[in-house]
Design a protein around this ligand. Sequence first.
Ligand code: HEC
Length: 118
Amino acid sequence: MTFPAPALLVPLLLGAPADPELTALRESAREALRGTCGRCHDGARPTARPAALRVFDLRNEDWLAGVTDVQMDHMVDRFEAFHLPERDRRTVGSYLDAERARRAATAAAAASAVAPER
Ligand code: HEC
């Protein structure tokens, strides 16, 4: 008997109703990124770059969904490179922390669903 890999269960778990607090943080972060990063990462703008939109597109409500954990770390590096204002860094940082916690909890739930205690 084989069990599905945790990675296969994660999309199912992501279908759970959104946490309103996380949604609010995600919206604030989207606003904070619009000015500086939106030049290339907002598909509504003429300056948007296709390669940038493949990573994330601020037009999407759930704009961080396709961003991997490693890329989330790279976001922080780019705050520096693109001179994101300090206040906006804190706003986005709060969301990234909350999202990391949510992903960790989702992964733990998936792991226990795959390998139940006996
Ligand atoms: C001048 C255009 C431009 C701006 C402004 C810009 N980006 Fe990007 N970004 C890109 C392009 C193009 C790519 C895809 C190629 C690459 O990885 O560099 C990308 C890729 C990325 C990636 C993926 C890196 C990886 O690990 O694969 C992240 C994360 C990212 N950008 C975050 C940001 C953040 C955060 C800001 C604002 C602080 C920002 N970008 C501003 C053009 C931009």
